[in-house]
Design a protein around this ligand. Structure first.
Ligand SMILES: Cc1ncc(COP(=O)(O)O)c(C=O)c1O
Length: 366
């Protein structure tokens, strides 16, 4: 007799995480939207200094980190939810808000963890296709909101397409959503968005107690290996509810120390964004020269369709044979052959583009 798992486990899709390679140093890793830049020396020093206290549990309230974030974003500390990565905040929000009979609205393709929230809780997932420019269709999402909706998620810039919406559109959406619905605007990549000031959305928290802006130290701060993310919330109710559904120690001691230090280095954030955007411009130009049409990225990755006639797996294998790992669009919800590729260091991007040019040959008959 085999073990009988719960209905919940049978419903939950397996998260398509990349990783677990035996030889990561020999590969060009462009599959997980990581930062190519290592932690800053000051952040490493803060981690070193925290190691001596690892015999103690971490601060269960992340007091220093919350205080630093409160100062940086001008949001009261009690309205900040910290998590073991922003995924943890998302999953806990799903647990706190959703149940059978409830509905969750999000765009698709979007971040691949969102389907877990519905599957884990038994709520109904209502997905709204992106528009023809790979952007959220906010009017269509609004039409899907009912009395049963508990949560709506807007990913801006969107993973996997990298596209961004103007803040005015998001503000209009939040204003129309009824107050019983929690809106999470997932801003994991907002620092890379040159169309808006990344802090401009914070003003919306003043007038919308149902709003959460979800941020992370994983991307622009380059600390995804430590797992720390946070939600800036419009009210104290959500952080309180998250604390009820999670284990008490949701952010480890090294992550808290590193995040506090990282917040003091805004100059490094600007430098990293500048370097990433320079790569974004040159990679997208070379993709267009290969006859591809990347979506307009405001993130640290690009998204492009390969054309119906191409075999996505074959291109992926061609890249992997040349030591370059990227993500298959089909694993991220695309109905058409596509790839999502993180912008790396200049030499990594050259390696990717050279490998792609070879993997796309011979050109398919048109
Ligand atoms: C849109 C989006 N939100 C949240 C996350 C989660 O990041 P983390 O849990 O590392 O903070 C990711 C990670 O790739 C993401 O793409």
């Amino acid at each position: 007799m085999a073990i009988e798992f719960s209905q919940r486990i049978r419903r939950i899709p397996v998260y398509p995480a990349a990783g677990g390679y035996a030889n990561p140093d020999e590969l060009t890793l462009l599959a997980s939207n990581e930062s190519p830049f290592p932690p800053l020396p000051e952040v490493r020093a803060a981690i070193d200094a925290a190691i001596g206290s690892l015999n103690r549990y971490p601060d269960p309230h992340a007091t220093r980190l919350r205080a630093k974030l409160a100062e940086r974003y001008e949001v009261p500390a009690a309205r900040i939810a910290i998590g073991n990565g922003s995924c943890d905040v998302l999953l806990a929000a799903g647990e706190a808000l959703l149940e059978p009979g409830a509905e969750l609205v999000y765009a698709w393709p979007s971040f691949s963890i969102y389907p877990h929230l519905a599957a884990a809780s038994g709520a109904r997932a209502v997905t709204v296709p992106l528009d023809s420019e790979h952007r959220h269709d906010l009017p269509a999402m609004l039409r899907e909101i009912t009395v049963a909706t508990r949560l709506a998620i807007v990913c801006n810039p969107n993973n996997p397409t990298g596209t961004a919406l103007p803040l005015a559109d998001i503000a209009g959406f939040v204003a129309e959503v009824p107050p019983h619905v929690c809106v999470i605007v997932d801003e994991a990549y907002c620092e890379f968005n040159l169309l808006e000031d990344p802090d401009a959305s914070i003003d919306l928290l003043r007038s919308h107690p149902n709003l959460v802006l979800l941020r992370t130290f994983s991307k622009v701060h380059g600390l995804c290996g430590l797992r720390v993310g946070f939600g800036l919330c419009g009210s104290e109710a959500l952080p309180r509810a998250l604390d009820q559904v999670r284990q008490p120690f949701f952010a480890n001691a090294l992550a808290q120390a590193a995040a506090v230090e990282a917040l003091g280095h805004q100059d490094a954030v600007i430098d990293r964004v500048t370097r990433t955007v320079a790569e974004r411009i040159s990679v997208d130009e070379r993709l267009r020269a290969l006859g591809l049409q990347p979506a307009e990225s405001q993130a640290n990755f690009c998204w492009f369709e390969l054309g119906e006639e191409r075999d996505e797996q074959q291109v992926l294998n061609g890249l992997a044979e040349r030591g370059v790992l990227v993500r298959a669009g089909s694993a991220l919800g695309s109905a058409r052959p596509a790839l999502r590729v993180t912008y790396g260091l200049p030499e990594e991007n050259v390696r990717f583009l050279d490998a792609l040019a070879e993997a796309l040959e011979p050109a398919p008959a048109s």
